[in-house]
Design a protein around this ligand. Sequence first.
Ligand SMILES: Cc1cc2nc3c(=O)[nH]c(=O)nc-3n(C[C@H](O)[C@H](O)[C@H](O)COP(=O)(O)OP(=O)(O)OC[C@H]3O[C@@H](n4cnc5c(N)ncnc54)[C@H](O)[C@@H]3O)c2cc1C
Length: 500
Amino acid sequence: MNDYDVIIIGAGCGGLSSGALLSNQGRKVLVIEQSEQVGGCCSTFEKQGYKIDIGASIIEFPQVIDLCFKRMGTSFYDEVDLIPVDPTFSAILHDGSKITYPISLEETRKQIEKISPKDAKGWEEYSKKIQGFLDAALEGFFVSPAGNLTDVIKLFAKTPALLKYNRLFFSSYEGIMRKYFKNEKILESFSFHSFYAGLPPALLPGHFAMLPYAEHAGIYYSKGGMIGIPRGLQKCGERSNMEVRLNTLVKKILIKNKRVKGVMLDDGTEITTNLVISNINAKKMYFEMVGEEHLPWLAKLGLRSYAYSIASPMLYLCLDYEPPLTEHHTLMTRPMDKTNDYWNSHYLKGSFPKEQFGILSWTTKSDPSLAPEGHHIIAVTLAPGAYHLTGTTWDKEKPVLKEKIIHYLADTHLPGLKDHVVLSELSTPVDFEKRLRSPEGAIYALRQDLPHSMMFRPSAKSRHIKGLYLVGASTHPGGGVPTVIASGMIVADLIEKYEQ
Ligand SMILES: Cc1cc2nc3c(=O)[nH]c(=O)nc-3n(C[C@H](O)[C@H](O)[C@H](O)COP(=O)(O)OP(=O)(O)OC[C@H]3O[C@@H](n4cnc5c(N)ncnc54)[C@H](O)[C@@H]3O)c2cc1C
C-alpha cells in the first residue's frame, strides 16, 4: 500500500491544476513545494505591508483556465476574484510617443487608424486570421498531448482546421507581424510581446503572433495579487482532500526497474507512490532527481540539447506617490529591429543595455488594496538578462544596477520617482534561481522555438520511466499561466487513460 496515489513535485499553477483535477477524480494526491507559498512564478510575496507579484502580472486566455475549473464543477470566475484590465496596455515608443490599445477590437482599430490607415486594415485582417487560429487551437493545440509524432498527428486530426494555419508555425513572429503591419510605430508597439514567449521577434515561431490579439479576449488581474490564481486551484483540490506540503524540498525520485516508487525529501524521508508528476524544470528533474543511470544514452543526448529559456531581471518598486502612468501595463518599447539586435548585442554577450525596455506593471492601479493607502507598487520586468554575464557577476552588479535603473526610469517614464521610493528590490536571474530553484533563472523553463515545441519538448508522459509525468512550462504547450494550467488538464487526462 503506497502513501499516496500521486505525488506532485512543485506547487506552480501546472502542479496545482493537475493535483486538483486528479484529487477530484478520487485519487489521493500530495503536492510538495519547497518554498513557503504556492504559485511559483505566479505568486505574490508580502513585505512591509506591500503585496508584490514575483513574476506574472496579468492573465490572458481566461477561457483556457476556466476549462480547468469547469472540469471540477465550478468556474474560474467563481473561485478567483478577478479584476478586468482595460486598456490592454500602453506602449511608450523610443521616440517618446505613446499608443494605447483598449480591449475593444474596434477601438484598437481606430487607434491604429490615427497612425496608419493602411495598418488599420491590416489589424482587421490580422484579427480575423488569429481569431480563426485561436478557435482551432483552443479545441486541440492547447488541450491535447503532443509528446510524440502520433500525438501530433492525432492533434491535427482532431482539429483539422489547425492545418489551415500551418504557415504560422513555420514563419517567425516578426514575419507574421510585418505581413499585416507596415508602419514602424505600430510594429514597435507589438515588438516586446515576443519576449512574453522568451525570444526576440525574428526568432520566435509565428504562432505566438496570437499574443497581442489574445489580450483583446479579456485580460485579468487577481485581487490580492496573482497568488489568487494558484490559491483558487489549491482550494478546489483541497475540497477533495488534496494535500499541499510547503517548505519541503524533494531531492530524488525513487525508481526501481524503470518504474517510479516514490520520492525522497531533502531530510532523507521517503514517501511511496506509483505516480509522480514533476512541475519543475524537466532538464534538472531528469539529470538530478531521476539520475543519468536510469536514462538511455539517446535520452541523455536529447535532454542535454535543451536550452534554458530567458531569465528576466525584475525590479520591485514600492512608492509613496501615484506614479505618472495611466495603465496596469505600460510597455517601454524599442523598434523591432533594435529589439532583435538586443538579442545579439547584449543578451547573447551577457551585457546590459543602456536604454532599458520591458514592462511597467502598475498593480495598485487595478487593486489599490495591495499597498497601504496612498502608496503604490510597480513591478518592472526588464529586458531579458543572460544568467552568465561577461566579466562580472549578478551579485557584484546588483546594487549598482538597481540604482542605474531607478535613475533611468526617473529620467524617462517615471519623473519624480527618486524621491518616492519606500522600498526597492532587484531580483536577478541568480535570485530567481535561488527563490524557485529554477536553473539559470529560466522563466519559461526551456526555450520556446520550434526545436523545443510540441513533440520536441519533453513529453508529458515520460518515455523513459513508467509512472513519471511532467506538467508546467517544461512540457507542451509551454510557459504562461493559462498554458501550464492546460498542461495540468493534459496530464490528468493521460493519467486517467494510462493509470487505472
Ligand atoms: C517575470 C515573469 C513574468 C511573467 N509574466 C506572465 C504573465 O504576465 N502572464 C502569464 O500568463 N505568464 C507569465 N509568466 C509565466 C508564468 O508565470 C509561468 O510560465 C508559469 O506560472 C509557470 O508555472 P509552472 O507550473 O510551470 O511552475 P513554476 O511556477 O515554475 O513552479 C514550480 C514550483 O516548483 C517548486 N520547486 C522547484 N524545485 C522543487 C523541489 N525540488 N521540491 C519541491 N518544490 C520545488 C518551485 O518553488 C515552484 O513553486 C511570467 C513569468 C515570469 C517569471
